[in-house]
Design a protein around this ligand. Structure first.
Ligand code: FAD
Length: 460
């Protein structure tokens, strides 16, 4: 059995580069071994859908390779597993990147308390964000409530340069649980998995370099086009920490041009939502703003199921919902369109959709997802005006102007040419291959949504 002076416990930071907690673990070890640990917590593992499990599994395999095979994988409740491993290897400190989601904070409190009782030091260094949630406040010391002033203050606050890898790092070789890697491998061969991108830090950096070479210049103009590969698709890597935003921001700083600027702003949205969640942990599953308290919602399982399966009869909505199921990812514009359809055309409360997204997205992130949903639903910090109801036909015509996106995911409409695909009801023969009729009338439901909003506003 190998001994280790310190433990680096990886969670949402599955990489080796630009990882301040690794530096902290190495200096605490002071020439001794560092044990790199991942704890597969059945409560979390079993709670996610197959695509999420497979993405984590593939990333764990890649991380093991990045650490020269020395990633110790243990299975169980971290509050029990981490202290047990620490005792086993004789370490005196445990190093992590600070977790800021409500569930992460709760878990870490329990683990830190258990370690404290055993006299083991708990050390938090860095977070999954360029600027740690809670660090950006206004002149009165309060958190920002809207994005634009937050983004200004975030840029003024700044962030450190990427961390360099510690020299003379010595990694402990400690056995994993027998069933740990077996579980990981099984997750990679589940039936009906979406086709996943290549996992791991190297793949993330390669994707980033490709994006910088090919797409960042036109990003501002292209990012809304669902039919084109104009965005970075880095979200699954950022989610799992295969790459840190600091690494990306450092390289963006050398670039001028609106594409780079816009991309920096998008990274800031991720930081903003993490900050909002840090200050308002209840907003993960409850309306952030009480503005829509008293709103009436529908509970119609059949319509919700049609939405989930991409059978609403609105082509871009269906294409996007099927993209989610087949790729574990959805284009940002289409996340807004489908969220609007569920909340405003079907009048369903946003957590129903947020849950479905989290089950299927490989970038599923409680802060970005649930506040993205609230943004659309009109209950979030930066709430869109209550009267903004996305029109699924005009959104399709604007952001998939030739209809390629729809035809890619909806084979029943493959025979409908060009942008006619967005209005199958106007095209002879469009329904010949089983595509469903619209489940609701958008114009009517838009009026109904506005009526409901007005009723709440009137009573407020
Ligand atoms: P790019 O356009 O290349 O952007 C670069 C990065 O900036 C993204 O990877 C992401 O980290 C960040 N970013 C971009 N837009 C946003 C945004 N609006 N909010 C927060 N961060 C952003 N993003 C997630 O990472 N996880 C989620 O679970 C998630 N759920 C969403 C749900 C809804 C209803 C909506 C409207 C948005 C959601 N987003 C989520 C935000 C956004 O859709 C994705 O980050 C983006 O589509 C990821 O693709 P990309 O990496 O190609 O993005």
């Amino acid at each position: 059995m190998s001994r280790a002076a310190s433990v680096l416990w990886l969670r949402r930071d599955l990489r080796r580069g630009d990882l301040p907690a690794l530096g902290a673990a190495a200096s605490a070890a002071d020439g001794g071994n560092v044990l790199v640990l991942f704890v597969l917590d059945p409560a979390l593992w079993d709670g996610g859908g197959p695509a999420r499990r497979a993405w984590l599994a593939a990333t764990l395999e890649a991380t093991r390779e990045a650490y020269d095979g020395r990633l110790c994988l243990r299975v169980g409740d971290p509050a029990e597993v981490v202290p047990a491993v620490v005792e086993e290897v004789g370490a005196t400190s445990v190093h992590v990147s600070r977790e800021t989601t409500p569930a992460g904070v709760r878990r870490d409190k329990a683990v830190a308390a258990a370690l404290g009782e055993a006299g083991v030091e708990w050390v938090e260094t860095g977070t999954p964000y360029a600027v740690g949630p809670g660090s950006v406040v206004n002149g009165s010391g309060d958190p920002y409530k809207v994005f634009t002033p937050f983004s200004r203050a975030w840029r003024d606050h700044g962030w450190p340069a990427p961390a360099t890898e510690p020299q003379d790092l010595s990694l402990a070789r400690v056995a994993s649980d027998d069933d740990g890697w077996k579980t990981v491998r099984a997750a990679l061969s589940e039936d009906d998995l979406p086709e996943l991108p290549e996992a791991g830090e190297e793949a993330a950096l390669q994707r980033w370099r490709d994006f910088l070479d090919d797409s960042v210049t036109a990003y501002k103009d292209e990012r809304d086009r669902a039919d084109r590969p104009g965005t970075s698709r880095l979200s699954p890597y950022l989610k799992i920490g295969a790459v840190h935003p600091r690494t990306l921001l450092a390289e963006l700083r050398g670039r001028t041009g609106q594409g780079a600027q816009t991309f920096e702003t998008e990274l800031c949205w991720r930081e903003f939502y993490a900050d909002v969640l840090w200050h308002h942990p209840r907003s993960s599953w409850h309306d952030l703003r009480p503005a829509l308290k008293g709103m009436t919602y529908e509970d119609n399982p059949e319509l919700v199921q049609a939405w989930k399966e991409g059978r609403t009869g609105y082509p871009v909505v269906d294409a996007a919902m099927r993209q989610l199921l087949t790729e574990g990812w959805m284009h940002n514009r289409m996340r807004m369109v489908t969220a609007s359809f569920l909340t405003k055309d079907l009048h369903v409360w946003w957590p129903v959709g947020a849950r479905h997204f989290l089950d299927h997205l490989i970038d599923g992130d409680i802060a970005s997802n649930n506040h993205g949903w609230q943004w659309v639903a009109g209950t979030g910090t930066d709430a869109s005006p209550y009267f903004r109801v996305f029109n699924p036909v005009t959104q399709g015509q604007r952001f998939d102007p030739r209809g390629d996106y729809v035809r890619r995911y909806v084979p029943e409409l493959a025979h409908v040419p060009g942008k006619a695909v967005h209005e199958p009801w106007k095209h002879d023969g469009a329904y010949d291959h089983g595509y469903p009729q619209p489940v609701v009338d958008h114009a009517e439901e838009r009026r109904e949504a506005l009526r409901r909003y007005d009723a709440v506003r009137g009573s407020g």
